[in-house]
Write a protein that binds this ligand. Sequence first.
Ligand code: HSE
Length: 443
Amino acid sequence: MEPIKVGLLGFGTVGSGTFDVLCRNQQEISRRAGRGIEITRIAVRNRAKAEQRLGDALRTVELTADFASVVNDPSLDIVAEMIGGTDIARELVLCAIKNGKHVVTANKALLAVHGTEIFEAADAHGVIVAFEAAVAGGIPIIKVLREGLTANRIQYIAGIINGTTNFILSEMRERGLDFETALANAQQLGYAEADPTFDIEGIDAAHKATIMAAIAFGIPVQFESAYIEGITHLDILDIYYAEELGYRIKLLGIVRRTKKGIELRVHPTLIPAQRLIANVQGAMNAVLVYGDAVGATLYYGTGAGAEPTASAVVADLVDVTRLNAVHPNNRVPHLAFQPDLLVNTPIIPINDIISSYYLRLRVAGQIGVLADITRILATLCISIDVLLQKKSEAVDANQEGEIDIIVITHKTLEKNINTVISHIEALSTVRSRVTRLRMEALN
Ligand code: HSE
């Protein structure tokens, strides 16, 4: 059988990694796919760089600067979108779909924001949009959620799904660095982008959590409903205090089924230090999935980089090659559930979630301060799990006698904890804002 023909849009880290893996493992891949998979055209902005990167392989592909010509090329069966962003990528992907081409993409932002439109278009045109590489790079988490765990009612997912921030948090904890220095190290080592906003503000993780929530619960992708808090305001002090209390702070993407609706949130989270996922260090990713039948399962691996991401892209190319001849109704649905059976379960506003909390504040070392704080918590029926008091390191004479109070609460409504914080901050003995971090037991 003729090889299936692929056009690449973009030849950066992921595009070139995909090309390399496909060439290197060509024989094994065709034995698995049942036919060859060939990249025959690549659209690039920087032709000279691509020529240099391709070397001898340049003989086998045609380079073009005209991206539209690739999505309109009748000789191509699959378009692999590797350019990122949500504007041009959206136009090109929709155009490829309308031309009857299957699409493989690593673009989580595109799917988290425009997924509904893209999947509807794909269903209408009987083509596949495959996106394993969009979440957690080389970890096949989409396949797991969509197929491997299909027997389960998925209860929750908690994932370290951004390597850059996990690297920064690891550096802060292990080497005592502040956020800025750890970020600069991440940039120097090539983990963080020159503009790291999407990573450190939690947006990248929220794109991925949005996609996982849709597949886990059969709801439309709805990035706009995700609660997002990054790690830019995290103080090294909280990492130390958390450690002392037996916790690690991780930026988690959390999706959870509750009686009131679905939680979809990304924020720094205290998790017990003995959990496996708490020990995922550096730029690695890990995703914990809890299904009602299987219980807890954990997936660990590299979430970014040329070949780990290419591993997922090529797996999608093989899947599409195998399913190309299958009637669209007999393929695995894009979001795991049949498209006409998606449900609009509401995403719970962050104020209505239930969590336990870590609170830290600095107070004057006076009689009655603790009593005031515990009274405020009691008024809102919030039970204290742990209370720690530490003499703060006085910076000058005026600050002598100040202490840090750390409170860990039992579970309560987020809106109640916010009320508590505003009452505590109004006390004349309180000398700082209250730092509030959510906690997850993950048990
Ligand atoms: N920037 C992402 C991360 C990798 O740091 O994990 C691509 O999703």
